[in-house]
Design a protein around this ligand. Structure first.
Ligand SMILES: Nc1nc2c(ncn2[C@@H]2O[C@H](COP(=O)(O)OP(=O)(O)OP(=O)(O)O)[C@@H](O)[C@H]2O)c(=O)[nH]1
Length: 309
């Protein structure tokens, strides 16, 4: 493990190799180390009870307090989209880049109002090896969950992710009485696109349609591919009238961006919209949107239809 650090106003930066990180046996020779040994054991066993990154960082923050007063702790790994903060972010900071020989595992920052002294920094550094491996496991777990819930072709959520998201959104809509709408989108005559332009072009179309849907939504909305050429879009806190506007934006953006040529297919999509009511299950909501989408197909495709209230 390699830890590079910068600390406080002095902005020192140094590298610590695995040999520099004190092992429990070495610390046992120092005064007061039975306390640190117990602390190491406690952190180590707590970290093994979970794979949830938030909990691992929280445990570390809570336990580190007994060795060194720390008022705030942040842990970030931008490429995993992780940015966690516990306590308050204060003026004096000690930051460590966490690396093993092979891989970078993010950056941890301890902060507080009073400057850290060298003994305290050494103590914090001596505990970092207890942090990096649980964090590595937590990141791997997060990645495994993410890929289990992602459609590999388009990169949007898959059916499993949709089930989770919809259950959560329905619970929020019920609890707070907020509107919730879903859009079922199906690419028109997709079989013909495959037949005329080839399967690879069909795959490209699926990817660009997913992109145009994402570009037409707010960041809080979510899109899922249900298989084939069918997508479900979940619009939280959105009424039927607002959903029609968003649906129309999506429909138009797909059509305008796929005008068609000798080598490119003309692509359109049909959309069915359904608004949640408290007596509905997730399944009811999806089925209603699906029926509305088939109405749009029957009425000539490249249209939006709403499920009856
Ligand atoms: N390229 C590609 N094609 C797929 C994929 N999944 C499903 N398909 C094809 O999508 C086509 C769907 O065709 P249909 O269900 O008949 O519907 P359609 O041609 O879109 O016609 P309408 O829905 O009535 O407008 C089938 O030919 C499937 O083989 C995929 O991942 N990639």
């Amino acid at each position: 493990m390699t830890i590079s650090s910068s600390s406080g106003n002095s902005s020192r930066r140094k590298k610590v190799t695995p040999l520099d990180v004190k092992r429990p046996q070495e610390m046992a020779r120092e005064p007061g180390t039975s306390f640190l040994r117990e602390l190491r054991l406690r952190i180590s066993s707590l970290s093994q009870t979970t794979l949830e990154l938030e909990q691992i960082v929280q445990y570390f923050f809570d336990e580190v307090q007994s060795a060194v007063l720390v008022e705030g702790l942040t842990y970030a790994h931008p490429s995993f989209g992780v940015d966690l903060q516990y306590g308050s972010l204060e003026k004096h900071r000690a930051s460590y880049r966490l690396n093993t020989q092979q891989q970078y595992f993010g950056e941890i920052t301890f902060s507080r109002r009073k400057r850290f002294n060298e003994t305290e920094l050494a103590r914090l550094e001596s505990l970092l090896d207890l942090f990096i491996y649980p964090v590595r496991n937590g990141l791997q777990y997060r990645e495994a969950l993410r890929s289990a819930m992602t459609d590999p072709l388009t990169g949007v959520g898959n059916r499993l992710a949709m089930n989770n998201a919809l259950d959560r959104e329905i619970e929020l809509a019920r609890r707070y009485g907020r509107p919730l709408t879903v859009l079922m989108l199906d690419i028109d005559k997709f079989k013909a696109i495959n037949d005329i332009y080839g399967h690879a072009k069909g795959d490209d179309v699926l990817c660009t349609v997913a992109e145009y849907i994402e570009q037409s939504m707010r960041s809080v909305d979510a899109v899922f591919r249900l298989g084939g050429e069918e997508f479900l879009i979940v619009l939280s806190d959105t009424s039927l009238a607002q959903a029609v506007i968003i649906g129309e934006r999506i429909r138009q953006s797909i059509e305008v961006s796929h005008q068609g040529s000798a080598s490119e297919p003309h692509v359109t999509a049909s959309i069915g919209i359904s608004e949640f009511a408290p007596n509905m299950s997730a399944d009811d909501l999806i089925k209603r949107a699906d029926r509305a989408m088939y109405c749009a197909k029957e009425k000539g495709r490249n249209k939006i239809e709403c499920a009856p209230a």
